[in-house]
Design a binder for this molecule. Structure first.
Ligand code: G3I
Length: 334
């Protein structure tokens, strides 16, 4: 059967999904589904500091090497995720930051990791979740341990080190809660635009914006607002990717067909808006099957009726859901 990767590719789009290596290691059927559906694989944890850096001076590349091997065998590419983030940090990192070693450990990490996969990882989520306009800073940046140690130049450093380590890689800023019409998300969009403009004005090599797109039915979606925002990002000469798509259905009552259809309809409205822009090049979901969503390990990931959410394109039996159809239709119409 034809997979989403082929449907997307026929319109010049890249489709893929995140995976934890452990979820496919013992699940051959899931591994086969990734092969069929995905042109892009995103390591859900293996390329974070917590996955790569058990101790200062130690790099553990076995997981990421193995993922690259899987991708090579199946004609897939890997999007690296992520180099500068305030979560998934091993305990030695905050200590090193307090000791004034931030510049050295950040540049060393990025040179080593991006350099090792030079020419083999075509896209990197260099910076993850950099804005938080309600956390007190005038520039709208999130006050992370990195930012406190190095100032806003930590962002410059991350992108410049990544560019130097692999001049051919596409370098992304990836952020969340930019999709809906709430006042907070409005402030977040403005903070992201301002950050991108500032980085570009300083000559920082950023190539695109990733919209995480953890969608939740019931939030106020306004296609005109999202459409305008993506147009503004594209107008800066940047590309846009949908990087962590999933659709929470906690607000939907009814049986499973009703829930799954609501998820698909919500995604259709979103995807039709997004894919109207030529600057949008790729869509990746945060997981492929309802077997393995991160939401099932998160307190916000459960419905009021105690049932797990059904946020992804394949069900727990790996059968395509209405969301799978919605993705295919949106790609065909793009
Ligand atoms: O591997 C350990 C395991 O040995 C241990 O027994 C278990 C006990 O908690 O934890 C396991 O590690 C967990 C890891 O996922 C692997 O499953 C971590 O606790 C858990 O914090 C980690 O969560 C990940 C989270 O990022 C933090 O890195 C999620 O899987 C992952 O889906 C999530 O992804 C983020 C994106 O990177 C950025 N955007 C939001 C998105 C969702 O939070």
């Amino acid at each position: 059967p034809i997979g989403l990767r082929a449907i997307a590719a026929s319109r010049g789009l890249a489709y893929g999904a995140a995976l934890g290596l452990r979820s496919v290691d013992e699940d051959q059927a899931l591994a086969d589904a990734y092969t069929r559906e995905c042109a892009v694989l995103v390591p859900e944890g293996d390329a974070k500091w917590a996955g790569l850096r058990p101790a200062a001076g130690v790099f553990r590349f076995d997981g990421l090497d193995r993922l690259l091997g899987i991708a090579d065998r199946h004609g897939q590419s890997v999007r690296g995720h992520t180099l500068l983030w305030h979560e998934a940090l091993p305990a030695w990192v905050p200590e090193a930051l307090r000791a004034g070693q931030g510049y050295d450990i950040l540049s060393d990490h990025i040179f080593t990791v991006v350099g090792r996969y030079r020419g083999r990882i075509p896209v990197w989520d260099v910076v993850n979740e950099a804005v938080a306009p309600d956390e007190g800073r005038e520039d709208g940046l999130r006050p992370t341990p990195w930012l406190r140690a190095l100032g806003p130049r930590c962002l410059d450093l991350a992108f410049k080190a990544a560019r130097a380590a692999d001049p051919g890689a596409v370098l992304m800023l990836n952020d969340h809660d930019l999709e809906y019409a709430s006042p907070l998300q409005d402030r977040r969009r403005r903070a992201v635009l301002r950050l991108l403009e500032t980085l570009l004005a300083r000559g920082v090599p950023v190539d695109g914006l990733g919209l995480q797109s953890h969608l939740r039915i019931g939030r106020p979606f306004d296609p005109r607002i999202l459409h305008r925002f993506i147009g503004e990002v594209g107008g800066l000469g940047l590309m846009v990717m949908i990087t962590e798509l999933d659709v929470g259905d906690a607000a939907v009552t009814g049986d499973i067909p009703t829930r799954d259809q609501a998820v698909a309809d919500h995604a259709s409205a979103f995807l039709d808006t997004v894919l109207d822009h030529a600057c949008v090049k790729a869509v990746t979901c945060w997981g492929l099957s309802d077997r393995q969503s991160w939401l099932h390990h998160h307190p916000a990931g459960w419905r009021p009726d105690g049932q797990p959410m059904r946020p992804l394109p394949l069900d727990v039996e790996l059968r395509p859901k209405p969301l799978w159809q919605a993705l295919g239709d949106a790609f065909r119409n793009a």
